[in-house]
Design a protein around this ligand. Structure first.
Ligand SMILES: [Zn+2]
Length: 524
């Protein structure tokens, strides 16, 4: 506590030195308080597990007290056989900073004299980072922060370098949550579901090598266009509720891509019996076939007004070119949208007729675009209650669609397919949270607890699963490292952590989280 304040107003360097000094001491004070607190929580857990306090003797003659911690040698899980055996010291990286010399209590098995493997609730073995950093990374990714930004932030807080790989692993580890989300039953189903395909660019690594500006050999990267199939649920009970029910990254919008997606939703419970009345889609024919295949004629098919008006706007810009016709274009689009504000199908048809008479001479193609399959764009008038709600929410739908496009495009610069899937999942979660008036802070933090729950259901921890990672550069102009699964190493499975050298890689050595496997098969 030796900060020198001075008489008079402090300015410039002096003020900066004092503020920095105070900040440093605050961080030290926080870390100093955290350390004994974490140890105390572990001690508390030990007391509950053993059923006795620190100096209470163990009950040797009593019945076995089975707990889920086991002796690492004999496998005994009888807490009456376990005794406290001092502490070991470890370091821990937390959101407050680097904790050094954290004391973690140990247990010894009295049957064989070996250590008991203790899995504390608040602390995980062999993990460098405390869970608050896992939560931060989910929060940050949801806000479209890049790996690089998060790496810089963490390195700053911890005073040591935190690699992109580390952060990427923390993001990708929640992948099992995706699978869970996609199999969750839909019980309180929406009346309307809108299917849409949103095209985004996914970065993938190529095998060809090229030399960058600084003369280094770099793997070529290629942007592949993929489509995110989205099912957006809309409730027409006046609540304005909307939610992304499911999504899927696919190569295209073929029937082969749409059908399993639509079918998965049907399997999860999105059916007429649970309230589904109408399906909204754009003009894409193969989606229509997939919907017909799964739902037959049990639901009303409604063409997407948003897409229809967008096509009309495109044609209108062609036919009414130039800055001086801007006002005319605006007027035309207003009148076109107003058609769908009609109270009944009959009124909508009348409005279309008036619109056609007004505009056909000047913009024949625009009018033809609007007239094409017009009946399918007003199909929902046949449904009680749905129509009014949907008309009211046309602008909401438009905004939602724009939002989805923007978000999905922002996140799709991640290297690996898993990275892209998880990034999109986080955007879905974030949008759903916002639409239901929950904060992303809350939602992203509880997401991590959902993940922990999965983790403890007997499956191997997800951080040891998945594809091994290789380092590569996004492009010669971006000198930072990025991560991706090397195609040759995918699917070899991994449950442990190991270090491997990857000799033919032009960038030198690579660390791979792998269980031993035949290298000759996996490496090119
Ligand atoms: Zn033992």
């Amino acid at each position: 506590m030796s900060i020198q304040f001075m008489v008079g107003k402090l300015k410039g360097e002096d003020r900066r030195a004092i503020i920095q000094g105070v900040q440093k001491q605050m961080q030290e004070a926080a870390l100093g308080a955290i350390k004994p607190l974490l140890t105390e929580f572990c001690e508390e857990e030990l007391t509950v597990k053993l059923g006795r306090g620190k100096r209470e003797p163990r009950r040797v003659s009593g019945q076995a007290r089975e707990i889920e911690w086991q002796c690492g040698n004999c496998g005994s899980g009888d807490a009456n056989q376990f005794t406290r055996d001092g502490h070991y010291r470890r370091a821990l990286e937390t959101g407050w900073g680097h904790v050094e010399g954290l004391q973690v209590p140990m247990l010894e098995c009295q049957r064989c004299g070996h250590d008991v493997v203790c899995h504390y609730t608040i602390l995980e073995k062999y993990r460098r980072f405390w869970l608050d950093l896992d939560q931060q990374v989910l929060f940050g990714t949801g806000l479209c922060q890049s790996l690089r930004q998060m790496s810089q932030q963490w390195s700053g807080v911890l005073g040591s370098s935190v690699g992109l790989r580390t952060i990427n692993e923390r993001i990708n580890q929640i992948e099992p949550l995706l699978r869970q989300a996609r199999s969750e039953p839909i019980t309180d189903g929406p009346a309307v579901v809108q299917f849409d395909g949103i095209w985004v660019r996914e970065q993938t690594q190529m095998d060809t090598v090229k030399v960058d500006k600084r003369g280094r050999q770099r793997k070529k990267r290629k942007g592949k266009k993929v489509v995110v199939l989205v099912a957006l649920g809309l409730w027409t009970d006046g609540s304005g509720r909307r939610e992304i029910l499911d999504w899927q990254v696919a190569d295209g919008e073929s029937k082969a891509a749409w059908e399993p997606f639509v079918h998965r939703l049907w399997e999860r419970g999105l059916r007429p019996e649970t309230g589904l009345q109408a399906v909204v889609r754009d003009g894409c024919g193969e989606l229509g076939e997939a919907i017909a295949w799964v739902y037959g004629s049990t639901v009303t098919e409604q063409r997407c007004i948003f897409h229809k008006l967008r096509n009309v706007a495109d044609k209108c810009r062609e036919e009414l070119k130039g800055e001086e016709k801007k006002e005319t274009r605006k007027l035309l689009m207003e009148q076109a949208s107003a058609i769908y504000q009609a109270e009944s199908a009959q009124e909508a048809r009348q409005r279309l007729a008036t619109f056609a008479t007004t505009w056909r001479a000047r913009t024949p193609k625009t009018v033809a675009t609007l007239e094409r399959d017009f009946e399918q764009t007003i199909a929902y008038y046949a449904l009680d209650g749905v129509a009014r709600e949907l008309i009211r929410t046309t602008s909401l739908l438009e905004r939602t669609n724009r939002e989805l496009r923007r978000k999905f495009r922002q996140v799709c610069c991640f290297g690996s397919p898993t990275g892209a899937e998880v990034a999109i999942y986080l955007q879905v979660k974030r949008l759903n949270a916002r639409w239901s008036k929950q904060t992303w802070w809350e939602t992203s933090h509880s997401l991590y607890f959902d993940f922990l729950t999965l983790d403890h259901q007997g499956r191997p921890p997800a951080r040891y699963q998945g594809s091994p990672l290789t380092l590569f550069q996004r492009s010669p102009s971006e000198p930072d490292w990025h991560l991706s699964a090397h195609p040759a190493l995918q699917g070899c499975g991994s449950t442990g952590i190991g270090l491997l050298r990857h000799p033919p890689h032009p960038l030198g050595s690579v660390h791979l989280p792998l269980r031993p496997f035949p290298l000759s098969e996996a490496l090119p």
